[in-house]
Design a protein around this ligand. Structure first.
Ligand SMILES: *Cc1c(COP(=O)(O)O)cnc(C)c1O
Length: 379
């Protein structure tokens, strides 16, 4: 059997070990230390924001962002529906209620018209959300100008879930820097990884100082152990931050590699009737974390699930696009605002979408193996 081709797997750059060795040589085997400080500074500089706090996961970063915004019991938080469950779970950790907002076709991300309808209705009912979590799916930025204008009009804070879009830009500005808070993930499958980790970013330096305090068990400045708030153990290990520093050095290479992978798929498959490649909105630059496409059931006879199985038989990993959160059993009964009266875009994307192998370590020959199966099954 030929070697397995993966969706997206860790891809070390070479200098990660150097930073890890430094941690060992200085015995900084702790949550905090020079690699954590360096990783925070280097990432903040890379995305062009004032401050960054390294944490144990992207999920922890979202939880801290909601905590800083005062989200609590009885509040609602709006969230993109077409995303990984971790975007919304922290809403529930805070004791608040999620409300899900549909996608639109230009970006597959939050629909401005659905968000507007949801805010108009919430305002009329006297219950504006405490925050709106906007996801940039598979690397593609949401329509930030339109969405931010609506959030600002209602004075609702935006948290940008850029877990999948590190290195992407919207009108020249780095993804993750548009909201009051932005978050990144360094989970093993993301464009760069620390094996597990995340980052909370903001231009509000005092808020991030408080985030670091909360993330290290909220220990008061006293000689003994004293706590006036409930804290968390959310900080990133200095060893893992060393991996992150090495990874950050190759992030732009990874974006270029992922984009080249997408281009090869587009060239080979883009003109097949019934195949639609994931769009890239004008004036945006996607990191193409995962190359995705849609199959029109009226023109393509094989279903996305059967195609995924067929690829799997050839030892090739492919996945459906995220199942919308408003369809998840765990969120049954939560409110949902569709793109149009009779148009639910996220469900169409879910039913028709496939994420193809987008591993930056994949060779051109390996990708040709994938494309051969696809051409065979899609004809
Ligand atoms: C991966 C991911 C997260 C969670 O990040 P972790 O580091 O795994 O906790 C959140 N949101 C989205 C959209 C993701 O893809």
């Amino acid at each position: 059997m030929s070697e397995r081709i993966l969706l997206s797997s860790p891809h070390m750059g070479g200098s990660e070990q150097k930073y890890i060795n430094e941690a060992f040589e200085t015995n900084w085997i702790a949550p905090l230390g020079p690699n954590v400080d360096g990783f925070e500074r280097e990432l903040a500089d890379y995305v062009g924001i004032k401050d960054a706090a390294a944490v144990s996961s992207g999920t922890a970063a979202i939880d801290l962002a909601l905590n800083l915004l005062g989200v609590g019991v009885g509040d609602t938080v709006f969230c993109s529906t077409l995303t990984f469950i971790a975007s919304a779970n922290p809403i529930v950790y805070r004791g608040a209620t999620p409300v899900f907002i549909d996608s639109e076709f230009d970006t597959w991300n939050m629909s401005p018209q659905a968000l507007e309808r949801a805010l108009v209705e919430a305002d009329a009912e006297g219950g504006l959300p405490k925050a709106v979590i906007i996801v940039n799916l598979l690397g593609q930025s949401a329509k930030m100008d339109e969405l931010m204008e609506i959030c600002n009009r209602y004075d609702v804070a935006m948290v940008e879930d850029a877990a999948e879009s590190l290195g992407s830009t919207y009108k020249g500005k780095k993804s993750g820097t548009f909201g009051k808070y932005g978050i990144y993930s360094f989970n093993g499958n993301k464009i760069i990884t620390t094996s597990g980790g995340g980052m909370l970013v903001s231009n509000d330096i005092d808020a991030l100082k408080h985030a670091r305090f909360l993330a290290t068990q909220a220990r008061d400045a006293a000689k003994h152990y004293q706590h006036s708030l409930v804290g968390y153990n959310y900080r990133l290990s200095n060893v893992l931050a060393g991996i992150g520093r090495g990874q950050l050095e190759v992030l732009d290479d990874r974006v270029a590699q992922k984009r080249a992978i997408f281009s090869r798929y587009e060239e080979a498959l883009g003109s097949i009737a019934g195949v639609t490649m994931m769009p890239e909105l004008e004036d945006t630059y996607s990191n193409r974390w995962l190359s995705a496409l849609l199959l029109d059931p009226e023109k393509i006879s094989i279903s996305p699930y059967d195609l995924i199985d067929a690829l799997n038989e050839e030892n090739i990993e492919a996945r459906p696009v995220w199942k919308p959160l408003h369809l998840q059993p765990v969120f049954e009964g939560c409110k949902f605002y569709a793109h149009g009266e009779d148009e639910v875009v996220s469900e169409v994307l879910f039913e028709r979408g496939i994420s193809l192998p987008s591993d930056s370590k994949m060779t051109v020959e390996q990708q040709e193996r994938v494309i051969k199966v696809l051409l065979d099954k899609l004809k």
